[in-house]
Write a protein that binds this ligand. Sequence first.
Ligand SMILES: NC(=O)c1ccc[n+]([C@@H]2O[C@H](COP(=O)([O-])OP(=O)(O)OC[C@H]3O[C@@H](n4cnc5c(N)ncnc54)[C@H](OP(=O)(O)O)[C@@H]3O)[C@@H](O)[C@H]2O)c1
Length: 259
Amino acid sequence: MEDFKVQSVLLTGGDRGIGLGLVEAFLGLPHPPQLLFATCRHPDGPGAQALKEMSRRGSKGCTLVVLQLDVTDPESIKAAAQKVGEQVGGSGLNLLINNAAIACDTTLETEDAQNMAAVYATNTIGPLLMCQAFMPLLRKGAWTSNQCKMSCKKAAIINISSSYGSLSLVDSWGWKQDVGYRCSKAALNMLTRCLALRYSICGILSVSLHPGGVKTDLGVEQEEVSLASSARGMVEVLSRLSAHDNGTFLDWKGQVIPW
Ligand SMILES: NC(=O)c1ccc[n+]([C@@H]2O[C@H](COP(=O)([O-])OP(=O)(O)OC[C@H]3O[C@@H](n4cnc5c(N)ncnc54)[C@H](OP(=O)(O)O)[C@@H]3O)[C@@H](O)[C@H]2O)c1
């Protein structure tokens, strides 16, 4: 990862869990991004203290900007895009990571319309709205980059998905049924494919990434991988992505997950 330097990165759900882990992993790079936008719903709430402390401490060559953003609120997305646009100026945005998600512990018997709609609003519609709002900045990032080949250094959209969204792997329940969550991630994977189809011509990569089973508020009880290893692994995968990976579904080690 010695030569992995992305100019600007934005991620959602940066105040805890895997989002916060990714912030730490980016800050720990030999060459961290010049601008790292960690967005969260409540930047002034107690849950964002660790993130804000990281931002105050700063890091070599990286400005960590904490911004308010609720992926279910189009006005908050628009306001954040405006602020990011002002900071990145003509260079645009290079890397958008749609990480925020919710899950509710439901079964086929207990899932209901209200819950499923809320899960979709965050996990599937949220990433779509984010891509729409940040597309002008991503296009600018791709145009003005000195990279000719597709990569995260040029412009990329990473949707943090889950193996629970894989249609092929659903031959046992695994740790939970989580029906609405599974459906929302399968739909998110289709969004990744559509983005890859549409925006590769603009030099923008789109990939779905599974972080592994990580112990977080949303995640598994028995961890498959530690938070730090998952986050570092995902950043390493990001450093290697190329046109060959456009529209694929990979895990934190870079292994292909079947759709
Ligand atoms: N952990 C695992 O084992 C695992 C496995 C596979 C996939 N994943 C995926 O990894 C990603 C991160 O999950 P996690 O385990 O880190 O979960 P987590 O610890 O529950 O964190 C979820 C994050 O999403 C944010 N969020 C929720 N709704 C939001 C909204 N409407 N707008 C903006 N942010 C919102 C939360 O913010 P608040 O603090 O404001 O609630 C929080 O920062 C998710 O996409 C998840 O599906 C996780």
